[in-house]
Design a protein around this ligand. Structure first.
Ligand code: ZN
Length: 317
């Protein structure tokens, strides 16, 4: 099968389209589309916050497709449209049994800790699969497993309540778009920071210095100190990304005197992915798609990543 293959650690120059063996597993998925996210770019560069294996490596954390071989599954039929929960989890460790599969002791991000979905086929098991409802087309569904789920889990982790004020920094990014839409759908008063004018269609208002109850800051160092000051007493900062660096300064007095909280968040749970699919259908939420590239043009997709004006998706079949 055709796959995007990182042949050795460290860089686009070591990455090409290659012909590799179809993987083996309980079930086989024919990949239709895959979303391009910062985690994939970092994986190709060999610069993630996680260990990358194996090499040669197929990246791709976020993808959708159809069931090609159902194996022994009693839930799925061949041809079913499915999205893949983007984390490995064993279902038996202490975190998994308390419903926190995203931090499974033996888990990891698909496409980082294991080969991923930037390929024509992906082998998995039914516990990683979700049916795509008829109301959702593939191109809407493909943004849910990483972009949508990361934002949804972060807002839940921050205990966002109706009428609370939330600020989403970097709102036009993959998770930022969902941060705005989902916070709005949860009844919050949403502010955003973005250079893109289309962001206003997603709901919310441009931020102009308001203090907030929840700050969604996935950008890391460059935005850490500056925005912390706008967190109200009792406020929660939730973070899940380090695009501009991994270190930040913290005023400890500011934190405890106002009983503010800093919350780390990563991915989301299978249960949340199921809730998210329902929510997105009910509220008709769609992120902005910029371009779909056939897999043979993956290098153009990656080269244009920093120029993107909405989501970039790779097409595999
Ligand atoms: Zn586990």
């Amino acid at each position: 099968m055709k796959a995007v293959l990182v042949r050795e650690p460290g860089g686009f120059e070591n990455t090409r389209i290659d012909d590799v063996q179809i993987p083996k597993g309980d079930m086989l998925i024919r990949v239709k589309y895959a979303g391009l996210n910062p985690v994939d770019i970092n994986t190709i560069r060999g610069q993630t916050n996680y260990r990358i294996e194996p090499y040669p490596h197929i990246p791709g954390a976020e993808f959708v497709g159809t069931v090609e071989e159902r194996g022994k599954s009693k839930i799925f039929d061949e041809g079913d449209r499915v999205l893949v929960y983007p984390r490995l989890f064993d279902g038996i460790c202490d975190h998994c049994i308390s419903g926190r599969e995203e931090i499974c002791r033996r888990g990891g991000v698909i496409g980082v800790a294991s080969n991923g979905g930037f390929a024509e086929f992906y082998a998995t098991d039914e516990k990683h699969l979700f049916q795509i409802p008829d109301e959702l087309d593939f191109l809407d569904a493909v943004s849910l497993p990483v972009g949508g789920l990361t934002a949804y889990h972060a807002l839940k982790a921050a205990n966002l309540e109706r009428k609370e004020r939330v600020l989403v920094v970097g709102a036009s990014g993959n998770t930022g778009q969902y941060g705005v839409m989902l916070a709005k759908a949860m009844g919050a008063d949403v502010y955003y920071i973005s250079r893109k004018s289309w962001i206003k269609k997603l709901g919310g208002k441009p931020w102009s210095g308001e203090t907030v109850d929840v700050l969604v800051n996935s950008l890391g160092s460059g935005f850490w100190e500056k925005f912390m000051n706008y967190l109200d007493t009792g406020g929660r900062l939730v973070t899940f990304g380090t695009l501009t660096g991994t270190e930040g300064v913290l005023n400890i007095a500011f934190l405890y005197t106002g009983e503010r909280k800093i919350i780390g968040s990563t991915g989301g749970t299978p249960r949340e992915l199921s809730e998210l699919i329902q929510l997105v259908v009910r509220k008709k939420l769609k992120s902005k798609l910029w371009k779909v590239y056939p897999v043979d043009e993956y290098s153009r997709a990656i080269a244009n990543y920093d120029k993107r004006d909405g989501r970039i998706v790779l097409r595999f079949s």
